[in-house]
Design a protein around this ligand. Sequence first.
Ligand SMILES: [Ca+2]
Length: 361
Amino acid sequence: MRLLQTLILLATALTTAVAFSTTATAAENYLQRDEYKAFSAKMVSEHGFKPAALNKLFAGVVPQQKIIDAMTRPAEGLPWYKYRPIFMKQPRIDGGVKFWKKHEALLNAVEAKYGVPPEIIVGIIGVETRYGGFIGKHRVIDAIATLGFDYPKRSAFFTSELEHFLLLANEEGFDPTVPVGSYAGAMGLPQFISSSYRNYAVDFNGNGKRDLYNEHADIIGSVANYFVKHGWETGQPVARPARVSAKAAKLAHDDDRLPPHTIQKLATAGTTYDGDKLPNDLPADLLRLEIKDGFEHWLLLKNFYVITRYNHSPLYAMAVFQLAEAIKSERAKTQPGQITSAAGSNPASALKLSRYRSPRR
Ligand SMILES: [Ca+2]
């Protein structure tokens, strides 16, 4: 299966390469550009790449205006009440239950090793790629070269990602013209960018390579390892629905940050929250999300911040959390008597999932 997929991808890449050779002119690709020349010189001097091989590779890489366009209008710019329905749909919840069932043994083995509960891993993969249903359509090399060389705002970051990508291709033994991914060059089912792939992906099935496209052991294990390396606290909650006084509302924010307050401080200011009482000295924060007729508030714990290390938008992290809870709740309906993992979430918010699925207020 993998060989077939590789052959198909390779065939696609070859077709594309032929198209490039007939349509891309020297003026269109990057070979004469100073940005490329500096990058190439670095790859040669620091990593021993051959100039001729780099030129051959980049002869088929042309700037992609559609990638720059996509960068300038991310979904995370939407208000919460428009962002949430993108992910909280019944097919995506059902898909998560199905994915969990199919990979249950792996999810359990990964939780035993890393302490990250299945629903969070399934939630991430569900938000990122609908469990592999859509992994992106851009060649990774086109995406990160375009953003590195033609998007000045993030040029340093994406030029570094391009460097990581070529090193990754060498380390994992793949052809750098083959992988496809998001407009920002994120790869595989968990959508790892190149530096994350190199730093946090794991070979969980021990076959000697880290494959985030085809090997579910590596895919699931890598998401968990990413969370652990960014401070996931096993068994701790993520977030709770909250109600706030006018005074507490002033402590709420809408960007990503480590919890600067404590449960006690927020309670004293007039915050109440669903679920069992949390320790007074636990670091906590308040998130404010825009709904149609105002704002809703959430109590956040450290693990919510850890989810924002995957994508810095609190909207993203909340979508992952709510999808995870919805999947866990849906799955519980078909698993009578089974004790589901309580780590990273709480029974109270699971019980409130009917509210999550109700039409917008
Ligand atoms: Ca592997």
